[in-house]
Design a protein around this ligand. Structure first.
Ligand code: BGC
Length: 393
């Protein structure tokens, strides 16, 4: 069957809601859904909006928080939710999404492991008029991606680059060059995220956009010479892989730890902790005050929040998963009620087939001096969690 496109899909979901007579309250209803043999999944569930939520992994706490927040937001709106985590394993994620569709999902929210590996699932979703929302990570090379909710990924990279420049004493927190800046050259090394995650390139390009002038004028030097995305990317964002790469760099380029290294661009807190373990193991630090290089991060994971508080990790980028989850719920509600979700970016995210309408949220950079205000006073963590480096249930 030819897909009807986004408006066909939202109309179908809205009609389904109306049949359940609960459209404005969020379209909940009885009925267990059940498998659909027809080509119109959205219309064949007896009025229930059933949302399949596919998250990549539970090894990083941000995705657990995302999954739980999306689930509770959707359940509060009266929808049924099937939440699955895929252990960073692509076949597991594709099977989970196949199963969600078989079980009668009327909408899908997907944070992809590999943004290019879901075409068969999205083709099926398209044929059944099931709207698909790409969550945080864009799904590529398929027309059946209806909406994208994320943070401004290029700006995340800019914030990481600016945090590193600030940590090196070259700029203020906003990236403005300081008169007191050291002349250099200062040695830095670069890390990027997983090459199959569309976000990773945005983060790297954003960071390089602010680091590049300092590399060009010789203030900064990447002593290993490894400056291309392909050379510095860490598959699946793995901490151990990052630690090994940093250890290898220290051996090959920094005399095993005896030569100066001022900072490391890291795109994710797990990677940052791997880098810091390698640096401390080679004798740098143990804290920034004692000469540990400035290492950036992302996600404000609790273990890294503690390390920032303790003066070990220099910074992280806080992406408030509560607001991302709430935005996804807003998008789903709009779709379920038959209206077009509000987008604030309709040009940036071309997935290779089409530009996907997007809603992008802002992020905050966390340093030791604003951690309490941004992470604790906002209720994201308690002081006890940060002190312990774990979230107590
Ligand atoms: C997310 C980041 C996260 C990374 C690793 C990216 O897609 O946008 O917030 O740090 O995945 O999980």
């Amino acid at each position: 069957m030819k897909t009807r496109g986004f408006f066909g899909k939202i109309a179908t979901v809205a009609a389904t809601c109306a049949a359940g007579a609960l459209a404005l309250s969020g379209c909940a209803g009885g009925g267990a859904g059940g498998a659909t043999g027809s080509d119109s999944g959205a219309a064949s569930n007896g009025g229930t909006v059933k949302v399949g939520v596919a998250m990549p992994t539970q090894t990083s706490e941000r995705w657990i928080a995302d999954g739980n927040a999306v689930k509770s937001g959707l359940e509060a709106a009266g929808y049924e939710v099937d939440l699955q985590f895929a252990n960073d394993d692509i076949p597991t994620q594709t099977q989970q999404i196949d199963q969600m569709i078989t079980n009668g999902a009327t909408m899908l929210v997907i944070a992809a492991i590999d943004g290019t590996a879901l075409s068969s699932q999205l083709d099926t979703a398209g044929a059944k008029n099931i709207p698909v929302i790409a969550y945080d990570r864009l799904i590529r090379d398929n027309e059946n991606v209806d909406f994208y909710v994320s943070f401004d990924n290029f700006k995340v990279g800019v914030a990481q680059g600016n945090a590193l420049l600030y940590g090196l004493g070259l700029t203020d927190k906003d990236g403005k060059k300081l008169d007191s800046a050291p002349k250099g050259p200062l040695n830095i090394e670069l890390f990027a995220g997983s090459p199959d995650d569309n976000n990773a390139k945005f983060f790297f390009d954003g960071a390089m956009s602010v680091l590049r002038p300092f590399l060009d004028d010789g203030t900064l030097v990447v002593k290993s010479g490894q400056t291309s995305f392909d050379q510095v990317a860490i598959l699946r964002w793995q901490q151990e892989v990052a630690q090994k790469r940093m250890e290898d760099l220290l051996t090959s380029t920094y005399g095993g730890g005896s030569e100066p290294l001022a900072g490391v661009l890291s795109p994710f807190d797990g990677i940052s902790r791997g880098i810091i373990t390698a640096l401390q193991g080679a004798g740098y630090g143990p804290t920034i005050k004692d000469g540990l290089p400035a290492v950036t991060g992302q996600d404000a994971e609790i273990a890294s929040a503690k390390m920032i508080n303790d003066g070990i990790q220099q910074s992280t980028i806080f992406k408030d998963t509560r607001t991302l989850a709430a935005q996804s719920v807003t998008v789903i509600k709009a779709m379920a009620e038959g209206s077009e979700p509000e987008a604030n970016d309709t040009t940036t995210y071309n997935n290779g087939v089409k530009v996907v309408p997007s809603y992008l949220l802002e992020v905050e950079t966390i340093y030791t001096d604003n951690l309490k205000e941004k992470l604790i006073d906002s209720g994201y963590y308690t002081q006890a969690d940060v002190d312990a480096g774990v979230v107590k249930k």
